[in-house]
Design a protein around this ligand. Structure first.
Ligand code: MSP
Length: 642
């Protein structure tokens, strides 16, 4: 299709709830999709979920549910997140859908028809407890990495793909299309990897059942990455009678992925496509990783960021802005609530919000709320025209953070201009200065109109709000038209003013987060919540609370928190529990080590200042000061309290 643009996110595993990494990839894809629409392209934007394989099967088993139930629950959370964040995807693919399974069967058939598949034996470390294979590199002390079960070297029949035959064709493709992998550092990384040689790839399993049945041999299921990668074409109708979308949108213009899954997308996927005789994607972009306060995020550290609290309080756009602006696209960045709050105030409240509110207030006061015909502030017009050019170049080069920098240059130019022209002084001079006054405010309004266009891919809701306040219609649909200068219609009445970004008291905000245990539940949610109980508990109800004696093994103050202590507490379980408590005001971390405490052991895990707490320590509270409860004697850890 002429001028079409097909953009995809990875499809997300359903063994975990959405976190900032998934949100980032999807928000950035949305920013790019909206920008391409603004440029007049016919865009198709796909996201979805990766629901098969050992990981999901195991997570479902641990929770005592069928894999599809787990998938349905997590998919519902994804839909909610994407709606809350105004993600404008055109399709959401699930690998458990029939349309996907048909496409997987078709690609396997095509690869087979090319003579690239043979039957052999797959040998690996098999864990009977987890019913799955692990590569040697993943074993921990010679045991399975998930549960620590013993493993044995086993073989099972498996179909193999002749990946080794694609080393040269892949290298030829990379060299002929240097833009196919971006940024450049990732391109070099992939080329070096392929130059090092490729081994054939096992593409089926008999030890696993939760997957797409292998066509012609249903005792096998298709390897999860071959299954998952095919989503990019199954969502376009590949393998079905209706392949109009496939003809219109394939090959993809942009597969946006995190750097950790680059190899699957830049080596396996193009090799599968070559073998199946299908065109290759135009660009695969590997973005960087969000870290938490400089550390890598991981479930076991309990420091995974789920920014529910930000969206609940500020709406989606400040988070979208922060993600796009804070991280240089392609590199790593660190997430912290402080960094968010500071950028919110500096860039959004002070810069954008203030420029809009002071301009609109002066238009209401001095010009009776009407847009004047003048907008000839030459310096601002010049800065704006240059910024639009730089913005477009940055977006086309996949540097959205730079596009935002250019947009903010327009605001800087307007602010400097207002400061210099002093419209409040001009207003005092009455009719004599009416012309210059209209010029200053008309120029500022026009710069704000342009800003509303440029921010619309990043902050669609704020862009709509700003346009309404400027007395403009819904949205600019084409950057070529709306990116010009002098387009704000004169004589229209500006809308009712409303602060775009109320200023934030950063210290109070951070304190509030510390007190309130912000963040989403750490585990996949259960079904509907339990009925509220009446004021009195029955003994059975009380017995549901597991109170257990524990011994504090380690304790340290949570960084950047005045009140919180992180403790590792022995409850005579397989491993110690991490418990976070607001007791630092009264207890020094070192004095806690060796103490006996009482823990609520079956409390749903919660997150305090980004650190997971797997239970609650009991303390009496005197005017907010905590006094820990301890058993009267050396009771062994793990003893129940009744
Ligand atoms: N299911 C596979 C993808 C299959 S695509 C055919 C998968 N899923 S995932 O849920 O684990 O991760 C999806 C994306 O989230 C990846 O692009 C990954 O890089 C991204 N992120 C996960 N954690 C991240 C950060 N901490 N920071 C930024 N993105 C990271 O992989």
């Amino acid at each position: 299709m002429a001028d079409s643009f097909y953009i995809t996110t990875p499809i997300y595993y359903v063994n975990d709830l959405p976190h900032i990494g998934h949100i980032y990839t999807t928000v950035m894809a949305d920013v790019i999709a909206r920008y391409q629409r603004l440029c007049g392209r016919s865009v198709r934007f796909l996201t979805g979920t990766d629901e098969h394989g050992q990981k999901i099967e195991r997570a479902a088993r641990e929770q005592g549910v069928e894999p599809i139930e787990l998938a349905d629950r997590v998919v519902a959370r994804y839909h909610r997140w994407w709606a809350d964040l105004e993600i404008s995807h055109d399709d959401f693919i699930r690998t458990t859908e029939a349309r996907h399974q048909r496409a997987v069967a078709e690609i396997v058939r095509r690869i087979n028809a090319s003579g690239d598949i043979y039957l052999d034996n797959y040998t690996g470390w098999y864990c009977a407890g987890c019913e799955g294979f692990f590569p040697e590199s993943q074993l921990v002390d010679g045991r399975c990495p998930d549960q620590g079960h013993p493993v044995e070297l086993l073989s099972e029949p498996s179909y193999f793909f002749r990946l080794s035959a694609y080393q040269q064709p892949l290298l030829d493709w990379y060299r002929a299309n240097p833009g196919c992998i971006a940024p450049e550092s990732r391109f070099n990384e992939v080329v070096r990897f392929v130059e090092g040689g490729l081994r054939d790839l096992s593409i089926s399993r008999t030890s696993l059942h939760w997957g797409v049945p292998y066509p012609s041999d249903p005792g096998h299921v298709v390897y999860v990455w071959l299954d998952a990668l095919t989503n990019y074409i199954s969502a376009l109708g590949f393998g079905s009678d209706d392949d109009e979308l496939f003809r219109g949108f394939w090959p993809a213009d942009l597969h946006l992925v995190g750097k950790d899954i680059l190899r699957f997308h830049c080596v396996y996927w193009p090799a599968f496509l070559m073998s199946a005789g299908l065109p290759l994607p135009k660009t695969i972009f590997g973005h960087g990783w969000w870290m938490r306060d400089e550390a890598k995020m991981s479930k076991s550290l309990g420091n995974v960021v789920r920014p529910d609290h930000i969206v609940q309080r500020f709406g989606p756009d400040p988070l979208r802005y922060f993600l796009a602006r804070e991280m240089s696209f392609g590199q790593d960045a660190s997430f912290s609530d402080e960094a968010f709050a500071e950028r919110y105030n500096a860039d959004l409240a002070n810069h954008l919000g203030n420029t809009a509110s002071r301009t609109l207030a002066m238009v209401a006061r001095y010009l009776d709320g009407r847009v004047p015909a003048a907008h000839g502030g030459a310096a601002v017009a010049e800065a704006a025209t240059q910024a639009v050019g730089a913005y477009r170049r940055a977006m086309d080069a996949l540097e959205p953070h730079r596009a935002l920098e250019s947009t903010w240059q327009v605001l800087t130019a307007v602010n400097g201009y207002i400061q210099e022209q002093q419209p409040w002084s001009l207003a005092k001079q009455g009719n004599a200065a009416r012309g210059p006054l209209e010029e200053v405010l008309g120029t500022s309004l026009e710069a704000l109109r342009l800003t509303s266009v440029l921010i619309s891919p990043f902050m669609p809701g704020v862009a709509r709000n700003l346009r309404r306040q400027l007395g403009l219609g819904e949205g600019a649909t084409n950057l070529v038209e709306a990116g010009g200068w002098g387009l704000i219609p004169s004589g229209t009445r500006v809308g009712d003013p409303e602060p775009l970004f109320p200023r934030l008291d950063v210290a109070a905000y951070l304190k509030e987060l510390e007190m309130n245990d912000e963040g989403a539940p750490a585990s996949v949610p259960d079904g509907p919540g339990a009925e509220p109980t009446s004021e009195q508990l029955t003994i059975d109800e009380f017995a549901r609370t597991q109170l257990v004696v524990g011994v504090v093994l380690e304790a340290e103050q949570v960084p950047k928190s005045r009140k919180l202590v992180r403790m590792m507490v022995d409850l005579a379980e397989e491993s110690p529990r991490q418990i976070v408590a607001g007791i630092a005001g009264r207890y020094a971390a070192d004095d806690l080590v060796g103490r006996r405490v009482v823990i609520v052991a079956n409390l749903k895990p919660a997150r305090l200042m980004g650190v997971e707490s797997q239970g609650m320590v009991l303390a009496a509270s005197v005017d907010g000061e905590p006094f820990l409860l301890s058993p009267d004697g050396d009771v062994p850890p793990g003893t129940g309290v009744k």
